[in-house]
Design a protein around this ligand. Structure first.
Ligand SMILES: NC(=O)c1ccc[n+]([C@@H]2O[C@H](COP(=O)([O-])OP(=O)(O)OC[C@H]3O[C@@H](n4cnc5c(N)ncnc54)[C@H](OP(=O)(O)O)[C@@H]3O)[C@@H](O)[C@H]2O)c1
Length: 249
């Protein structure tokens, strides 16, 4: 069983690299890139709820139905993941203002992704790895926890700036302040930090697979979104702003 799990996980990571190459050519059709050629459009708030709530359900199901003893470290991993996804699936959609409708195909893809991602990480924590009680004193655990919290703050603060723009004006405008001074997508930057941090904390291939998938989804989207800003706002757009890594990309 464990062998099948590891082979599937390697395959899952290979699919992430193929997804990255695809998304560099075709941006996922939601938000700024939404279009109806990808199937019936549904309400984005409903889409976000359905496609994201399955992630903590899947993780907790596979983790808690497994036989491993759950140490403090394991409970912290489960809690951080669940808190992140309670924000993403419930609080975030409730706060969104007039988001673009989303093709049903995007919600279905994301739903399937979240089941696999929940399985790979949940099964690892529930049936493969037992973290000792003193794991919480390991440097990678402490560093990962701090980085996860920093990533979450950057992600939520940046999303809040976009939500505030939408609350005051219709349509898309140039976001200002905080990390928008340096990059067009600090919300994605923060999210990527979070899952790199999770991989460091858990020191696992399953955690690394999620970090790679997050980069595959959000890296190309930031590059395309940055080009979109430059074309829409032309010389009004801050020319020294990068897409997702300050001063670099
Ligand atoms: N882990 C992952 O793989 C993953 C994948 C996708 C998303 N996420 C996370 O989910 C969150 C949302 O992602 P997203 O792709 O929807 O982010 P986004 O494109 O930055 O949009 C976020 C929200 O702000 C609005 N908005 C965007 N740019 C705006 C602007 N310039 N002016 C006014 N309003 C603007 C959008 O409205 P519209 O809907 O009208 O565009 C949307 O409601 C992010 O925190 C992201 O990190 C994670």
């Amino acid at each position: 069983m464990i062998e099948i799990y590891h082979t599937s996980l390697i395959l899952w990571i290979a699919i992430a690299f193929l997804t990255l190459l695809t998304l560099l050519k075709i941006p996922a059709p939601y938000g700024k890139f939404t279009n109806s050629r990808w199937g019936k459009l549904i309400n984005a708030k409903f889409g976000w709820f359905i496609m994201e709530i399955i992630s903590p359900i899947g993780l907790l199901y596979f983790a808690l139905s497994g036989h491993t003893n759950k140490s403090t470290a394991t409970w912290i991993f489960l809690a951080l993941w669940t808190l992140h996804y309670l924000n993403r699936s419930v609080i975030y959609p409730l706060r969104q203002i007039n988001p673009q409708p989303m093709p049903i195909s995007i919600a279905i893809f994301a739903f399937i992704f979240n089941i696999f991602n929940g399985f790979f990480n949940g099964f690892y924590l529930g049936s493969i790895r037992e973290y000792p009680n003193d794991y919480i004193f390991e440097p990678n655990f402490i560093f990962g926890c701090i980085l996860f919290i920093i990533g979450s703050i950057i992600n939520i603060k940046s999303d809040n700036i976009l939500l505030r723009i939408r609350a005051s004006r219709k349509g898309y405008h140039i976001p200002q302040g905080f990390m928008y001074r340096y990059i067009s997508f600090p919300n994605y930057f923060g999210e990527i930090l979070e899952w790199i941090a999770f991989a460091i904390m858990t020191w696992s291939l399953a955690g690394l697979s999620f970090a790679i998938w997050t980069i595959a989804n959000l890296g190309p989207r930031a590059i395309k979104g940055h080009q979109w800003y430059l074309e829409k706002f032309k010389e009004d757009y801050p020319q020294d702003r990068k897409a997702i890594i300050p001063k670099i990309l």
